[in-house]
Design a protein around this ligand. Structure first.
Ligand SMILES: N[C@@H](CCC[C@H](N)C(=O)O)C(=O)O
Length: 265
């Protein structure tokens, strides 16, 4: 089995060319082992690139725990870069993911721009005024750090607080991803974000659907499109239009998507 390892701002993925549709989608232990950082290749998720009628390709996504999951923004961007590597696409892609069709563009500098689904208005979350919920293809709780909490994002316990919210009964049974955000002095500056990811059950270096949720939530706190988001793994940008009903359309997630290495299993 030939595998490829990609990363998008440090959110890393094992990718398999499964156009022959030979991979057993139910083999959860194998997927979890391939993603394991000590017993496997190591990754936050695994993706299959498959053929599907009417599209350049289909994205099939699994979290590191081996479970199929909802949309992965950084994964989608990496799979577009992989499709270009295979010669399936050139600069434009039109692919199918679990949340529906997606357009994407590969820029000359390697930046991959991915069009996300239209997003419903930002919802209040049960925790407090500094918390909201946004579904950007995957579920995201967003917590804006309050200066009165007395700690910076750099020293915040993302694992502890993220784990508690992810497993809170308010999000039963599916759970949620959890993003922690520091509000910059100037909303035009990058918004620092750290994310606890469901299915990885830990902090990851970046989450594409997560920063998309943060950018849309930040638009209610003075940020205007395009919003730049600083994750521990690098800088991402989200542009969007606000609809009359408070929802969002023309949502694009942009950033690097890089092949790290490949090999045989
Ligand atoms: N890292 C992803 C999100 C992957 C899915 C997530 N772990 C979930 O289960 O919702 C991204 O870049 O969006």
């Amino acid at each position: 089995m030939t595998f490829h390892k990609y990363q998008g701002t440090g959110n890393d993925f094992v990718i398999l060319d499964d156009r022959a549709a030979q991979f057993d989608l139910t083999n959860q232990p194998l997927i979890a082992r391939l993603c394991h950082r000590r017993f496997g290749i190591g990754a936050d998720g695994l993706m299959l690139l498959r053929n599907t009628e009417g599209y350049d390709f289909e994205m099939v996504y699994f979290n590191a725990d081996g479970n199929p999951s909802s949309m992965c923004g950084n994964g989608g961007r990496c799979l577009v870069a992989f499709a270009k590597h295979l010669g399936i696409i050139d600069k434009e892609a039109n692919f199918l993911a679990v949340d529906g069709p997606h357009q994407a563009r590969v820029e000359a500098d390697g930046t991959v721009r991915l069009k996300m689904i239209d997003v419903a208005p930002v919802q209040e979350a049960w925790v407090g005024e500094e918390d909201v919920f946004v579904h950007t293809g995957s579920p995201h709780h967003v917590h804006f750090l309050d200066a009165s909490e007395g700690h910076t994002l750099a020293e915040f316990d993302v694992y502890g607080a993220g784990h508690d919210i992810r497993y809170d009964q308010a999000y039963d049974p599916a759970g949620t991803n959890v993003n922690f955000v520091e509000t910059p002095a100037d909303p035009a500056h990058p918004w620092p974000v750290r994310t606890y990811e469901r299915g990885v059950e830990d902090e990851t270096l970046s989450c594409g659907t997560g920063v998309t949720a943060v950018a849309l939530a930040a638009s209610q706190r003075g940020a205007t499109s395009p919003v730049r988001l600083q994750t521990p793994g690098g800088l991402l940008e989200v542009s969007f239009d606000v609809r009359a009903d408070g929802g969002f359309e023309n949502v694009w997630l942009s950033g690097p998507a890089v092949r790290v290495f490949g090999g045989e299993l």
